[in-house]
Design a protein around this ligand. Sequence first.
Ligand code: SAH
Ligand code: TYD
Ligand code: ZN
Length: 404
Amino acid sequence: MPHACQICGGALEEFLDLGRQPLSDAFLSEHDPQDEFFYRLAVGACSSCTMVQLVEQVPREKMFHTDYPYYSSGSSVMREHFQQTARALLDTAGPDPFVVEIGSNDGVLLRTVHEAGARHLGFEPSGKVAAAAMEHGVRVRNEFFDAGTAADTRREEGAADVIFAANTICHIPYMRSVLDGIRTLLAPEGVFVFEDPYFGDIVAKTSFDQIYDEHFYFFTARSVQAMVAPFGLELVDVERLPVHGGEVRYTVARAGARTPSAGVAALIADEKARGLAEPPTLRRFAADTARIRDDLRTLLRRLRDEGHRVVGYGATAKSATVTNFAGIGPDLIEFVCDTTPAKQGRLTPGAHIPVRPAEAFADPYPDYALLFAWNHADEITAKEQGFRAAGGKWIRYVPDVHVS
Ligand code: SAH
Ligand code: TYD
Ligand code: ZN
């Protein structure tokens, strides 16, 4: 029995198996590495609606809970990105808008909305990041957004003029419930705007590390258009974004409320011309992924055998996929440095590499640094110029393994 598409029920064709993997954000105590939860990380494409998705689901409470350790405000580039996004959403909304965010995390976007004096509400199931937003005066419902909580909000607070989500809609397998909730909560002329890693960029860069438990869907304009249509919704605009290695911002409205921009048809035509989400492309992606894994493992083993010090930079969720797929542990990487207090002093999931504070990086500098947070490369290399000056070298594995 093939697995079924969570969007349309069609048959999923599996094209990549990344093996037994832990939860990507489940950092362990150094003293007491508890029992870890593992699942099979594999990806398929729907033969009917083309949606690329994981074949196995992890229960949402295992991923998003009180101690969820990802804080969106950890990158200055992302803080700036979301300040600009908030201003743009407010500029294009009508007077006195009600702005709802799904996955508001530590308030990186809603802080700006709040400071502008606009009515707003964040949905954020993860307790500590939700509390961080509330400390800045942001209104948060510490709950999962779905059909039920959306209906509660509609009843209690009225319709939303803007529903925004960044790096969250792709995290939600129960999409039919979410879109049902959007249909209930969205004002007649309102917009639902969401941005997520773009499958077109993932394939172009072979960034297979974008695949992990939390990233359930890998969107294209074509699959998003098909996904929203049964809910009386229409994809009316797409915008490519440079953040997180390449994303698309999708604007969705009630069907007929807005005229779709020419960009929508253009991006879908481009996806069709590339054969994105079609078997030959997906087979090539899987082969490129295996090659990168082999090249990275070979390089790290050689560096170890030559006696070099190698550390990781950024204890990203993405790095769980890379380390566990490639068998990279503390024998190859001394530690991973990261600015997030909730990750420091802990061990990375599955691979059990110690996580140290950012200051450990220069104390003293290693010979090589494996850039796990490659999506923040400009920000990181700008602030770590001392590393290169001291003779250090960066190792990257996107779009292929190289040292610079
Ligand atoms: N928007 C932020 C956070 C992305 S991380 C950013 O772009 O940086 C994804 C967030 O979505 C997490 O904080 C997680 O707790 C939250 N989340 C997961 N499922 C959700 C749901 N059903 N409703 C609302 N938030 C959800
Ligand atoms: P990110 O790539 O944004 O997301 P994900 O975990 O979903 O893959 O994570 C970036 C991580 O890198 C986060 O733990 C913070 C850390 N980081 C640093 O340590 N230093 C930095 O300068 C930046 C930008 C991030
Ligand atoms: Zn489907």
